[in-house]
Design a binder for this molecule. Structure first.
Ligand code: BGC
Length: 309
């Protein structure tokens, strides 16, 4: 049996495992990514992860074919250099992370956009299984997207597309971290939800004795707390409108939504479905189901490994 090291680099942590062709994981784990420190520190962590997994595999006499790495940002045509666009990782621009890892770990490396690899993982082994046309969205600090057409990942020419979080949604809106105005990510990510909730709470002199995060807002929403209801409804509206656009363009069999909020319960998808229904062209949506991701935070590492295998 052959294995690949699958690594999913995020703004907070690096998730990893040794994965086989069936999508089973061994030696799974998580390390801090130190994304706010420096690109050198992030690289150091990645080398540590890969070296540890290689060592574990050797101890068990398992054959490791290579390393698959998912990273935020645009990864150029050769699939090796991270050009930029990973705003939540300090200095993560024009990095030949594949060569750096190869030199240190002595295994071939394939690099791809994190959301693309999550989408690939979900399509092969998760909520998109059995479908040939899937649009995947990960809603978290940012919004990333993947488009699977005829069973294959569609990346745009030279691998520079499908940045679904950066679709301009609001004309004359606020500036997104990418520099453009009114992006879907800036209005519908979890960070956007938290930012809007915190700002309105401050304006209304509301204080909370705990960290304001997605979990708290969802809990308050269920309790009928007016500000949480308002902010969640805005969130459903923005995300639903963005998704309606993707349905009209791709008419996928499934829209798969990943990230912590999508795991909050069935109410979340029900609300999104209502907004999508109100904004979509019904004929485009005829075959589209909107579902939650199934692999949780494992999708990225599994998808990354599947690139190698
Ligand atoms: C980045 C994408 C990434 C997504 C999720 C976005 O801000 O532009 O490249 O896939 O965040 O990490």
């Amino acid at each position: 049996m052959e294995y690949a090291i699958g690594i999913d680099l995020g703004g907070t942590s690096i998730k990893y495992a040794l994965v086989d062709k069936a999508g089973n994981s061994l030696f799974e784990g998580k390390l801090p990514s130190f994304a706010s420190v420096s690109a050198a520190k992030v690289t150091e962590q990645l080398i540590k992860v890969a070296t540890t997994l290689k060592g574990e595999a050797a101890r068990e006499n398992l054959t490791v074919t290579g390393i698959g790495l998912g990273t935020p940002g645009i990864v150029d045509e050769t699939n090796r250099i991270v050009l930029g666009g990973a705003e939540n990782i300090r200095g993560w621009e024009n990095i030949d992370i594949a060569s750096l890892l190869e030199e240190q770990v002595k295994l071939p490396v394939v690099v791809g956009n994190d959301a693309n690899l999550m989408g690939l993982g979900e399509t092969k082994y998760g909520a998109g299984k059995g479908c040939t046309h899937v649009v995947f969205l990960t809603v978290g600090t940012g919004i990333g997207g993947a488009v699977i057409i005829d069973g294959k990942l569609f990346n745009g020419y030279a691998n520079r597309g499908t940045e679904l979080g950066h679709v301009p949604l609001i004309a004359n809106g606020e500036r997104c971290a990418c520099g453009a105005i009114g992006c879907l990510e800036h209005y519908a990510s979890t960070s956007a939800l938290v930012r809007r909730f915190s700002a309105s709470a401050q304006e209304r002199n509301l204080n909370f004795n705990e960290e304001i995060n997605g979990e708290l807002i969802v809990r308050l929403y269920h309790e009928g707390f007016p500000l949480a209801v308002e902010c969640m409804n805005d969130h459903f509206y923005y995300l639903g409108r963005g998704i309606a656009g993707f349905v009209n363009i791709f008419s996928p069999q499934r829209i798969v939504i990943g990230g912590g909020l999508a795991e909050a319960g069935s109410f979340y998808l029900e609300e999104i479905r209502k907004v999508v229904k109100a904004h979509v062209i019904a004929d485009c949506a005829l075959n589209t189901e909107i579902v939650a991701a199934a692999l949780g935070n494992k999708a990225g590492q599994i998808g990354a490994a599947s690139l190698v295998l």
